[in-house]
Design a protein around this ligand. Structure first.
Ligand SMILES: [Zn+2]
Length: 136
């Protein structure tokens, strides 16, 4: 893995700065803010209530999924969480969207393929870092 800590921090800072810019003037700990940001990015927000139909391993905060039939990105998140936690969940998935959908040039001036195509834990680590920067 050629990914360095500096590189990871740089990518996270760029994504966080863009999310903060997109949320300018809005309450960052209100999920509605991040729904507006998602829609601006043409991502479909899909809230769902925590329910028994999800097995325990599926009861995470949120997911980013690509609906290939509609060629649309969708963020699903758990509305059973607090407003703050829902905001963090949506921001986390927005960070994943930037990792997947943005060009490498946008995210970083260096080739980004190593973490675009990298293992999930690497992408989660960057998304967690984005969360900590946005909600600092
Ligand atoms: Zn993640």
């Amino acid at each position: 893995m050629l990914l360095t800590d500096d590189y990871r921090v740089m990518a996270a800072k760029r994504i966080a700065a863009e999310l903060i810019r997109l949320a300018a003037g809005m309450n960052m700990t209100c999920p509605r803010t991040w729904v507006i940001v998602a829609v601006r990015l043409r991502i479909t927000p899909s809230p769902y209530p925590m329910s028994d139909k999800h097995p325990p391993e599926k009861q995470s905060r949120g997911w980013l999924v690509h609906n290939s039939a509609r060629d649309a990105w969708v963020i699903e998140w758990n509305t059973g969480l607090s407003e703050r936690e829902q905001s963090e969940a949506i921001v986390h998935e927005l960070a994943h969207w930037f990792q997947r959908a943005a060009t490498s040039e946008w995210v970083c001036n260096e080739p980004a393929v190593y973490w675009y195509e990298g293992p999930d834990d690497e992408r989660h680590r960057i998304a967690r870092l984005v969360e900590s920067l946005v909600f600092a």
